[in-house]
Design a protein around this ligand. Structure first.
Ligand code: GLA
Length: 391
């Protein structure tokens, strides 16, 4: 069977010729186990990199041209532009991600002066919420560093990725996705404090259980504007709290402190948003402790509580994600299940005992299709490493 990296190289050679040095790279996608909508609130997150992600083939040019092609968007064909045209254009679609990275490198004092040809292929399911865009950013950053010899650490690549997503693509995301991808380590999740960027790797070897992702296949529509709305609701709640207590972010509060001060947030909706941010951060800290104590059941219970909070207080789930999770909870052998990522569509993550995986996929799949009217997709995933050069 032809491997993904061979397919990318073959496509590159067919489009752009086989002469010169063609280098191959890979960067993963990510799934967040717990700690949702905490990364822009100074809280903790607990994501891991996956073994699925984005493959890239690239070759330096001698002029300033960029020729970009994605095997996931074949109809678009090759997009030609140049290093002198690095501005966001809506109609430029996915190419805004690599262009944003080249621009962001320049902003950070690493000017790319030579163009290149690039072919990408991603095996992350489309619009799944497993961070295909951050994966494209990090694979691009990694190849820029390697092709042009920039001195930049993987952690810096994560920050540059977030910068380009915020400033070039206009999406106000936190640091979680780019960090999880750039810093991934096989069989480990990353316990990251987004206030300080201090992090620890925690082994996530689930003896006798698997991580199963269920993709709702709901098309994301209003997602991005709702994301920004949640951010500003949290900012307003924080501003209200800061009149009563000296904190820098919602992540600074314990549950008890929140209960003590919450009445200074006069808006009921903002109060619930802040409650989620505070409690979810504490749950994430507890979940990592549970894992260190080898108490996977407790970890799963915290995942379930995370979903309830995202459903009722943060209101970012919707009928599709709720159906996937609530059906999962009915199955014996499901240790924990919750929505993961931004929400409003995308996917759920569940820890499922080995012997229950088939029943999980069959039963959750059937119940979902019956209620929602179209099918979900299921993936049993493995935790992989960060970006690499393959050849
Ligand atoms: C998206 C963002 C992340 C994070 C999650 C929610 O994936 O890109 O920064 O905020 O949503 O936890």
């Amino acid at each position: 069977m032809i491997t993904e990296r061979e397919r990318v190289r073959e496509t590159f050679e067919n489009l752009f010729g086989s002469e010169g040095e063609i280098r191959l790279y890979f960067a993963p996608g990510r799934v967040n186990m717990i700690g949702e909508h905490t990364d822009y609130n100074g809280g903790h997150v607990f994501p891991c990199a996956l073994t699925i992600g984005t493959y890239a083939a690239a070759r330096k040019r001698t002029d300033r041209k960029l020729r970009l092609y994605s095997m996931n968007f074949e109809k678009r064909g090759v997009t030609e532009s140049s290093l002198d045209e690095l501005t966001y254009q809506e109609e430029a679609g996915w190419t805004n991600y690599p262009k944003g990275m080249i621009w962001a490198f320049g902003e950070k004092g690493m000017k790319v002066e030579q163009g290149f040809d690039l072919v990408l292929f991603g095996n992350i399911p489309n619009a799944s919420g497993l961070s295909s865009s951050a994966s494209v950013e990090i694979v691009t950053g990694f190849l820029l560093k390697d092709l042009f010899g920039f001195e930049v650490s993987n952690q810096e690549l994560a920050l540059i990725g977030q910068y380009s997503e915020n400033r070039f693509n206009g999406v106000n995301c936190g640091i979680m996705d780019q960090f999880a991808i750039a810093m991934g380590r096989a069989d480990h999740a990353i316990f990251l404090d987004t206030a300080t960027l201090k992090y620890e790797y925690a082994p996530l070897s689930l003896a006798g259980a698997k991580i199963v992702i269920a993709c709702s296949n709901k098309k994301r529509g209003l997602g991005d504007s709702k994301y920004n709305e949640r951010r500003s609701e949290c900012e307003s709640a924080l501003a209200a709290l800061q009149k009563a207590v000296k904190i820098d972010s919602l992540g600074d509060l314990t549950e008890e402190q929140f209960e003590q001060y919450k009445d200074v947030i006069s808006d009921e909706v903002q109060r619930r948003r802040a409650k989620h941010a505070v409690y979810e951060n504490q749950r994430t800290v507890q979940a990592v402790k549970a894992l260190a104590d080898n108490d996977v059941e407790r970890f799963g219970g915290l995942m379930n509580a995370s979903h309830v909070s995202l459903r009722d207080d943060y209101e970012v789930t919707g009928i599709e994600l709720d159906t996937l999770v609530e059906e999962a909870w009915k199955i014996d052998g499901v240790i924990g299940s919750r929505m993961t990522g931004a929400g409003f569509g995308g996917c759920t993550v569940s820890i499922v005992k080995d012997e229950a995986v088939d029943a999980f996929i069959a039963q959750v799949g059937a119940a979902y299709e019956k209620k929602i009217g179209y099918a979900a997709d299921f993936y049993v995933v493995e935790i992989g490493d960060g970006p690499v050069r393959l050849a």
